[in-house]
Design a protein around this ligand. Structure first.
Ligand code: F6R
Length: 369
């Protein structure tokens, strides 16, 4: 049932182009417009939303962190993202004009469920983004947008994460459409970009052999750091989480701009540092800053693993290892940038003799607080 792959995780990584395509299916009409009628929140209520709060755990939380950039960009509504396990214990400020988006692959995560219940008690509207039909979180929410990743067997989340991102982009556009902050042409353009992602992922997946070889060569390391900026920051957090849970290594993700505020003290000779580089096109200011960060850590002896867009030549002199990803619009970059990090963690775990589908101490769905 692993379809010829060594693990479910590898199989599910390979299924991502299809999972993304399926999650878009039926949500776009023949004219390229968004049709999210299944989200049964009336337009006047969407217009009245004054803030969006995303709650989730683990990898789904990282999807939420990325969603914030998309939601604020396309709707101009303030968006907070909070770990579900922290949310309800700090008496969050919610009312009828709050839209809570709960992201959960399983739909059964107790922390996220409790956050949903708390939000509804305060009168907030809750929209679930979920992969499991009929599970508890969507049943207890006001509305649901299902991701169509298909069943995810490996404990570490891969294809569910990518489809959560797609769902978050769709929600952001939908809200922007309802509120008049995003126009038809822009929405159609983003939808076209999203529709191109499955092909981009296929091309990317065909180039992962060097990433696997690199991972095997790092199996004896104790620590790996991950740096990113803007939407690349949550990608760095996700890369680090995957490595912790699968390879049982010390791994940390940082916002690259924070380096000089502390983490750079960790950099020493031969320390592998994975850097997710923003596109040099859109936000070139950030690109230049991250190139300086790469120079700084390399000057201190770090072994740099640079994840950069095809055609980005500025990073070449500072990359000990260069991983190319397809050029896509900035906000969508996590859909491609995460994939090499998934492969990296999976291969490193295997090289260390770990069971990748069933990491120690972890369960696929965490139904206790
Ligand atoms: C990491 C992972 C976990 C889950 C988290 C939330 O690879 O799988 O961090 O993302 O436990 O689970 P769901 O999405 O089912 O609520």
């Amino acid at each position: 049932e692993k379809g010829g792959y060594d693990s479910f995780m590898l199989k599910e990584i390979a299924e991502q182009p299809r999972a993304v395509a399926d999650t878009l299916l039926g949500r776009v009409d023949a004219e390229g417009a968004l049709t999210l009628d299944e989200v049964r929140i009336p337009v006047p209520e969407l217009r009245a939303v004054e803030k969006v709060v995303v709650v989730a755990c683990g990898t789904a939380f990282h999807a939420g962190l990325i969603a914030k950039y998309a939601i604020e960009h396309w709707t101009r509504v303030p968006c907070e993202v909070e770990l579900a396990s922290e949310f309800r214990y700090r008496d969050p400020i919610l009312d009828r004009r709050s839209l809570v988006v709960a992201i959960s692959q399983s739909g059964e995560t107790m922390d996220t469920l409790m956050a949903v219940r708390h939000a509804r008690e305060q009168g907030a509207k809750v929209l679930a983004i979920c992969n499991t039909n009929g599970s508890t979180i969507p049943r207890e929410s006001d509305a649901v947008l299902y991701t169509h990743a298909g069943p995810e067997v490996a404990v570490a989340s891969t294809k569910a994460f990518l489809t959560q991102l797609v769902a978050c982009y769709l929600v952001a556009l939908y809200l922007g459409q309802a509120r008049g902050t995003t126009w038809g042409d822009e929405i159609r353009a983003v939808i076209r970009d999203l529709a191109g992602i499955p092909d981009a992922l296929e091309r990317l997946l065909a180039t992962m052999e060097p990433v696997r070889a690199l991972a095997r060569s790092l199996a004896g390391q104790d620590t790996v750091l991950f740096l990113g900026r803007h939407v690349g920051y949550p990608v760095a957090l996700e890369g680090a989480l995957k490595l912790k849970e699968l390879a049982y290594m010390h791994a940390e993700g940082f916002a690259a701009g924070e380096l000089k505020h502390g983490p750079i003290a960790l950099v020493e000779r031969d320390l592998p540092v994975v850097v997710v580089v923003p596109s040099p096109r859109g936000r070139s200011v950030l690109h230049g800053k991250i190139v300086s960060n790469i120079q700084e850590i390399r000057a201190r002896g770090a072994r740099t693993v640079v994840i950069a867009e095809e055609g980005d030549e500025a990073v070449v002199p500072y990359a000990d290892h260069l991983v190319r990803i397809p050029a896509v619009p900035t906000l969508l970059q996590p859909l491609v940038a995460t994939v090499p990090l998934q492969v990296f963690a999976c291969e490193l775990a295997t090289a260390r003799g770990n069971e990748v589908d069933q990491p120690r101490n972890l369960a696929k769905s965490v139904t206790v607080e």
